[in-house]
Structure formats: C-alpha cells, structure tokens
Ligand binder design. Sequence first.
Ligand code: NAD
Ligand code: ZN
Ligand code: ZN
Length: 390
Amino acid sequence: MKALVWHGTTDIRCDSVPDPQIEHPRDAIIKVTSCAICGSDLHLYDHFMPGMKSGDIMGHETMGEVVEVGAESKGRLKVGDRVVIPFTIICGECDQCKRGNFSVCERTNRNGHIAAKAFGHTTAGLFGYTHLTGGYPGGQAEYLRVPFADATHIKVPDGIPDEKLLFLSDIFPTGWQAAVQCDIQPTDTVAIWGCGPVGQMTIRSAILLGAKQVIAIDRVPERLAMAEAGGAITINFDEESVIERLNELTNGRGPEKCIDAVGMEAHATATIDSMYDRVKQATMMETDRPHVLREMAYVCRPAGTLSIPGVYGGLLDKIPFGAIMNKGLTIRTGQTHVNRWTDDLLRRIEDGQIDPSFVITHTVSLDEGPDMYKVFRDKQDGCIKVVIKP
Ligand code: NAD
Ligand code: ZN
Ligand code: ZN
C-alpha cells in the first residue's frame, strides 16, 4: 500500500510499504477513506520530539471502513462498519480507562514506557507518533491496523460526509476538552493563543459552552479571519501587545481562562540559533516574543485557569512557576481523552450545532501529502487544515 513515511527532519515521503496484517486477536484493519495532518505531526516533521525512526508511518486522524476483524474484536466490530479512529489507543479495561482517563491508558504503550518514563512523557499508545508513545504505524495510508480495536474505535452512522466526522479523531475533542477543563462560567473571558485547527475548535467550543467573551490570538490573517467568523475578538500578536490588549478587554483584570493551543511552535517562531538561545528565549524579559505559557501565566486573572492542549516535549519547556503559585492558578493539560467526549460531540454534529468541516482548506491525495506538510507548517496558500483522501 501507499503511506506517508518519516525519513528525517522535514523529510516525509509517499512510499510503498507492506499492507498491515492482524497481529493480535483484538486488532482490526480499516481501509482509510479520509485522514488529516495535525499540528502534532508538525512537531515530528520539525523533529522537536525525540523517538522517531526512519520508516515510521505518519498520521493519527483517520477514519474508514472495517475490512478485517480479529477474533476477540468480533463482538463489537464487524466488516463493513464505518469508524473514526481516535489518536489514542485504549484498552478500555485498565484503571485509567475505567476512570475515563483514556490518554494515559496503562496497557497500550508498553513498548514505549521505558523511554517515555525517562523523559516523564508517559501516555497511552498513540498512532503515528514517536516510539515514546509505542511507535504504532499511523493512518496517513491506504490501510491502518487498529490495536485494541474493540475499545479503540468510534462507530459513526452512514449518511454524514467524512469531512464532518473525521475530526472526532482528535482536534474537535481536543478543542472541546481544552474548553471544558476551564469550567467556563457565563461571566468568563476566555483567551485562546493559536488559531490553528485546534485553536479554531477551541474557540467554537468555548462559545458553545457559554463564555461571555472569547479572544483569539495569532498573526496569520486567514486564521484570525476564521476566528472572527466563529465569534472571537482577535489580536494579531505581530501588530499589538497581547498583554496590553487583553487587559484593555477585561477592565485591567486579565482573562479568567487562558488556553494555549500553540504548543512547541512558540519555540519555532522565535529566532533560534542554538539550544542556548532556545532556553534563553523562554525568559520573557530577554526576548521580543514571550513564550505563550509565560504570557498566559502573566496575564491570567488571579484564581484563574490555564488550559494547555498545546503539546510540549523534550527539555525546553520552562514554566513561570512564581506567577502560577502566587496567583493560585489552576493548570489543566494533557493529551485528549478522545472517547470521553465523542458520544456528546457526535450528537452535536448530528443536531447541526456544529459542523467541524469549516476548518478544511485543502483536500489532496496521498502523493501530494509530503508537499502539504510544508504548506501547512509554513501557512502557505491560506492553509488551515489538510484532509488526505488515500
Ligand atoms: P498549528 O501549528 O496549525 O497552529 C498553531 C498556531 O499557533 C498557528 O496558527 C501559529 O501562527 C500560532 N502561534 C505561533 N506562535 C504564537 C504565539 N506566540 N502566540 C499566539 N499564536 C501563536 O497547530 P494545531 O493543529 O492547531 O495544533 C496546535 C497545538 O495543539 C499543537 O501543539 C498540537 O501538537 C497540539 N495538539 C494537542 C492535542 C492534545 O491531545 N492535547 C491534540 C491535537 C493537537
Ligand atoms: Zn493531533
Ligand atoms: Zn486502558
């Protein structure tokens, strides 16, 4: 089959690779009808995350049709079922899964545990991500093996196009969880850093959850325009001071809820010449563009909440703990517990409360995938979200 394969920093190719096979009785194989490129894939493309190996198949936002089912998954899945596959692989049975903490499932990342523990990065097994998260082949491919398939799937009805359902795999529940964990009150101002696909889903979610005011921060004009269309007040961080404007919009108090939908890109947007500069630029006073986490802790209203869906890794994340401690802020973060939210979100899509396909700007074939990584990373051609049709 054809698949998008990682070969090194900014080197992704569309290769011919062996078709996946059932390896365990709980597996299923799906024929991929749609998949997408995520901001998290860009961290691998830029090689900010350790633990990648040449030959790894990319992709963790995938949906399709079940074409083969292992003996133990047969009770819950059958050939022909239409499924969305969450980026998190879950057993459904361990202590964390029973509590709904699916993104830290204790059983699906056994191979990755030793290395992940060394970095303190323990998660569930993740598709198409580093070997710290199990090294499972991803779904930017014609076929995908789904381990623990009986638990790791979301059944979806026919009659709704892929484009409306695909983002149940990741960015829609991610934006939703980022907003839910802010415990939004009707009097709250919610400020969201980053208007990429995750930021866009977070903006829509914060509005659905009843925030008084949503403020979105980025510098890419098309992304700011989309945020505004979704109901947010926008700040272009290249044109004005984020902190001054946020204080102005909140009578000098700061937003009660601050969400980082940027992650490691904040490092990439500063001028980086060496590791030393990367660490130095995390200190607000020494740089022209503060680290998002610092900006959030600095401006957040005392007793407020910082919600961080943005992905961090490696050893570069310096945390402004003085501000967090003295202001008594709450931090909520994590990989998304996808299956905790998807029943509710599928119902909201079916009801017409939200159509997540609004973020799609590009639909391409697998062969065009490698070029689209660059287009998406560099925000060329108005690119906000790329869907691939294998
Ligand atoms: P993206 O790269 O398309 O979007 C990031 C946006 O942040 C860009 O529009 C960029 O212009 C903007 N930005 C950069 N520096 C900024 C700054 N200083 N202030 C404000 N905005 C800034 O990526 P995405 O797909 O939207 O993903 C965003 C983050 O969410 C990534 O780190 C990704 O890994 C993470 N993510 C997390 C989960 C999870 O489970 N927690 C799931 C999916 C994605
Ligand atoms: Zn993702
Ligand atoms: Zn589990």
